[in-house]
Structures are given as structure tokens and as C-alpha cells.
Design a protein around this ligand. Structure first.
Ligand SMILES: [Zn+2]
Length: 531
């Protein structure tokens, strides 16, 4: 049986841009639109031409995307004609494949916010859809506050949706603008709408204020809607919008949806999903949510020993999907609760062949437990565990040696009489028979040490050129008699692969140094650098 087409509409660049602290540049918008296009998203809403210089510029240029690039804006203002509304004119002239209008669908908002009559609001919708169709654009209408409006006055809310559909809008999108509607209400109301407007012209736009935006989107689809609007990583104001990064794999991998619907995202594109999700966070300069469904670092991480031993026999025992279908990885956490089975599973995953009765496995487990007792946390530092395992098995070459380092932090007045803090690090490194000294200034001791350490590693330099530190986290642990500092460093290579390393010491510089060293050595091992 032929499957029905379900359409995805991304509004990361418009509604997602409302997120606190998010401010996209033109370059950001173009790069993100490119990722969404490659992913196979049907509609990408780029922004609101005329509302700010970035969006105006974005819609002033031609782009080469397969996706239907969509401009967002308001319907004509009450009491004006479509030819006498400068805002509407900008929207109609935008270089966009489609125009998504937003209009009030709640009689109370029409009266109080728009201060106009119900009839004039309907006329504004009708005229605006007609004007955009006249310009050859595909037209969508976002019905703002649709669900609250429907509860207050179903007849009027439906009239707003219907007038747009009858005038030729391709999609009428029902928005849960306040995000407070629950899945069963969404399903009932969308079902009623689909009796009046065919479901393949109905979309859902859900906000996450009760943490059910994804569930609400699926409730709408069950009731007949055939377009889902959402954002990457659930970006959006307040609690965010429906998260497409959770919606896409559910549609692709869960039978209820995969047997009924086709979406524009291919199996091959699905394998890039984790990468797309992380790339967005990277661009926003913020850490990824480790516990994000499907794509988070912990989404397929198992800790307890009994689960780990079952996972080794058959991953399906504790995994709802195969991690690599969404570009993620299985991870068996090594922790103090761990048994041999966790260690063996992790050794297998990182590709270290070892007999399960090998005494070195017991030795490794002992070392892990000893070190975790003094503050190490290997479950959070995959790369440090990898190195510890390789060292215990005797397979890590000694590439280079840091024979000495010195970090100096000085606070003084500069020539202008301003108080400044200057940090400098000097590192002495021996690579084979060569001794090298590097010095660097940094914005802090760890930064200076990192820069000095990576300045010159002789023949190994080419392997670490693409290495960059993406996150640095410090915790003070009060375990036992003295406080120790735990440092976790997240690194990334030129191919976008990430890993985390750890250092523990009473001294923060020393703890950071351990984590930095692990990160560099891990990169050399991973790159197959010669000893
Ligand atoms: Zn919204």
C-alpha cells in the first residue's frame, strides 16, 4: 500500500530565533538552512523580511535550495488595502518560494489586540492570501492561538482557517501559541478541523510549555494533520517548540508512523541527525544536551552491570532503536558500580581485542575503581577511559614527554594605568631526540597552558592541527579529607568527532594539564600517529 506523504516545516530560523540568548547572523542562517535542506526538510522558514536587517538581507538574495524557502509575516493591517500596506509589500517582494502569514484566530485577540471586527480580520486573511497567490507564491496561514480560540469560539476559529483554505492557501497551520494544550485536546480539535478542511492541508505548530510539543504534534497527525512544524533541538522562546530532532526519527523508525507515512528525510540523511543536532549547538556556542532522546551522548549509554552484559549478547535487549540509524553511538559506562561485563563491553566497542579471562581486564577494573574513589569519573570521560584501557594493555606509544611546565599569572597596572591580569605558560617538550620550548599568553592559566602545549609538537603537530577544545568544566569535590578539583575537557577534531577527557588533582592547573594531555594523546592514537 502506498504511504501517505507527511511534510516537515522547520522554523528554527524564525520561531527558534526567539530563544533567549540566540542571535543568528546572516551566515548562521544560511549555514543552518543548508543543513536543513540537506536533511530533507520540506519547508525552511528563514525569517521575517522587513523586521530586521538580517532577515531583509536574507530575503534579498537568491539561494539554491531544494527546500521550499519560506518568508514569514503578518496579514494586511485592518483598515488598509493590500496595496497600501508597506509591511505586506516587503513580504510580497521577498525572494521566497512560499509565504507564511500569521493571523489571529481567537475572537478575543481580534477585539483586544487587533482592535478590529471579526469580519475585518477574516477579510484581511482573505485579501492577504489572494495577494500572495497573485505573486505566484505558495501560501501558508499560521492561525495564532488556534486551540485557545477554538475552545472560546469554535465557529470563529474555524472560519479563520476556512477562509484561508478557500482562498487557496496550501496549508492552514493550527498553532498552540501558548503551548498549554494537552495531546487529547489537540487530537479532538484537529479531528474537528479536518472535517471542514482536508487533513492534507492542515499543519500543527506546537510549543513545549507542558513538555508535550512532540506528543501534541503526533496527536495532530493521528487526527489527520499532514504537516508538522518544529525546530532543531526544540529551540524556541520559553520552553521551546516541537523538537524536529525527536520527531524525525520517530516518524522514520516507529512502525505506527513509518508504515503509514513517507517524509522527505532519507535513511542516509537520518544517519546525519546527531551531527546536525550537535552542529547547531556548536554554532550557538552551547553544550549539547547529553540526555537528548535519539541524539544525546547518553541516549544509548548503559551503566548497570547486568544491562551491559545483556547488551553485549544482543543490543536490542536494552535499546529501542539501533544507535547508528540516527548517527549516534552505543556507550557502556564504566563506573564504580561496574562489573567486568561493562569493561569488556567498552573494550569491544573501542575495538580492543582481549580475552575475557585475561588478567589485565581485572587489573583495569581495579585501576578504574581506585581512581573513581579519588574523584575520576570515567563514565563522563570516554577518551580518558580509552587511554587508560590501552595503557593497561600496553598499546599506547610514548609519543612525547612534557619535561617541565610553568604557568605564571600576574596582576599589575599597564602603561595606561589600568589593572590587568596577564597569564603566560612555558612548556618544555621532548619528542624523540628533540627538545622544544614553547611559550604562549592566554586569557587564563589553562588557556595559556593549552596554547603553549599545542604550539609545537614537532612531527606530531600535523595530527593535532585540527584539534580544538569545545568545553571545559570544573567541579570541586569534597570527598575524604581534602577538596579535589575534577576537570572535564571536551575536544573536537576536524571531522566533527568529539571526546571527553578528565583530570583530578587538588590543584586545578594540574587537573587541567592531565585532561589536556589525555586529549592530545587520544587524538594521536585515533589518528594512528607513528610512535
Ligand atoms: Zn510559535
Amino acid at each position: 500500500m502506498a504511504r501517505e506523504r507527511l511534510y516537515l516545516f522547520d522554523t528554527t530560523l524564525r520561531d527558534g530565533a526567539q530563544t533567549n540568548g540566540v542571535d543568528f547572523t546572516l551566515a548562521d542562517k544560511l549555514a543552518i538552512a543548508g543543513m536543513l535542506d540537506e536533511l530533507g526538510i520540506d519547508y525552511v522558514e528563514g525569517g521575517y523580511p522587513g523586521a530586521n536587517p538580517t532577515d531583509t538581507e536574507l530575503f534579498g538574495q537568491d539561494r539554491k535550495f531544494d527546500t521550499t524557502f519560506t518568508a514569514f509575516g503578518m496579514t494586511r493591517r485592518p483598515g488598509r488595502s493590500t496595496s497600501n500596506d508597506p509591511g505586506l509589500a516587503l513580504l510580497l517582494d521577498a525572494k521566497a518560494d512560499a509565504i507564511c502569514f500569521v493571523a489571529k484566530a481567537w475572537d478575543y485577540h481580534v477585539r483586544v489586540a487587533l482592535q478590529t471586527t471579526e469580519e475585518e480580520n477574516l477579510a484581511s486573511i482573505r485579501d492577504s492570501v489572494k495577494a500572495a497567490k497573485g505573486k505566484g507564491r505558495e501560501v501558508l496561514l499560521d492561525c495564532e492561538h488556534f486551540f485557545d480560540g477554538y475552545k472560546a469560539n469554535p465557529k470563529y476559529a474555524l472560519a479563520c482557517a476556512k477562509v484561508a483554505y478557500e482562498e487557496g492557501a496550501r496549508w492552514v497551520v493550527l498553532c498552540d501559541t501558548n503551548g498549554g494544550t494537552l495531546p487529547h485536546e489537540i487530537e479532538t480539535i484537529v479531528g474537528e478541523v479536518c472535517k471542514v478542511i482536508p487533513g492534507d492541508h492542515v499543519g500543527i505548530h506546537a510549543h513545549n510549555d507542558t513538555e508535550q510539543a512532540v506528543a501534541n504534534s503526533f496527536a495532530a497527525v493521528r487526527a489527520g494533520a499532514r504537516q508538522i512544524q518544529g525546530t532543531l533541538n526544540g529551540l524556541g522562546e520559553r520552553c521551546g517548540n516541537a523538537n524536529l530532532v525527536s520527531i524525525i526519527p520517530t516518524l522514520k523508525l516507529k512502525r505506527e508512523f513509518s508504515q503509514t507515512f513517507d517524509i522527505g528525510v532519507s535513511d542516509a540523511a537520518l544517519k546525519k541527525l546527531a551531527q546536525v543536532s550537535h552542529a547547531l549547538d556548536e554554532r550557538l556556542n552551547r553544550g549539547s544536551n547529553r540526555h537528548a532522546p535519539y541524539v544525546g551522548e547518553s541516549a544509548f549509554a548503559t551503566k548497570a552491570g547486568i544491562h551491559a552484559s545483556a547488551i553485549m549478547k544482543d543490543p536490542a535487549t536494552y535499546e529501542h532503536i539501533a544507535p547508528d540509524t540516527v548517527g549516534n553511538k552505543r556507550k557502556v559506562l564504566v563506573s564504580e558500580q561496574a562489573g567486568r561485563s561493562n569493561v569488556l563491553a567498552e573494550l569491544e566497542r573501542i575495538g580492543l581485542k582481549v580475552n575475557k579471562d585475561d588478567p589485565r581486564v581485572s587489573r583495569l577494573l581495579e585501576i578504574v575503581k581506585e581512581r573513581e574513589a579519588i574523584g575520576y569519573a570515567y563514565e563522563a570521560a570516554d577518551a580518558s577511559f580509552d587511554l587508560l584501557a590501552r595503557r593497561t594493555l600496553g598499546t599506547v606509544p610514548s609519543y612525547f614527554e612534557v619535561t617541565q611546565f610553568d604557568v605564571n599569572v600576574e596582576q599589575r597596572n599597564n602603561a595606561k594605568g589600568e589593572r590587568v591580569t596577564v597569564t603566560m605558560a612555558v612548556v618544555k617538550v621532548r619528542v624523540g631526540a628533540d627538545n622544544m620550548i614553547s611559550a604562549a599568553e592566554g586569557n587564563g592559566p589553562v588557556n595559556a597552558l593549552d596554547l603553549a602545549l599545542r604550539k609545537d609538537l614537532g612531527k606530531y603537530q600535523k595530527y593535532i592541527d585540527g584539534l580544538k577544545l569545545t568545553d571545559y568544566r570544573v567541579r570541586i569535590l569534597n570527598s575524604g579529607t581534602e577538596a579535589v578539583t575534577r576537570v572535564l575537557i571536551e575536544s573536537e577534531d576536524e571531522a566533527g568527532e568529539r571526546w571527553t577527557t578528565i583530570g583530578v588533582s587538588p590543584n586545578i592547573i594540574d587537573a587541567s594539564f592531565q585532561a589536556l594531555m589525555d586529549s592530545i594523546v587520544y587524538k594521536l592514537v585515533k589518528s594512528g600517529a607513528p610512535a
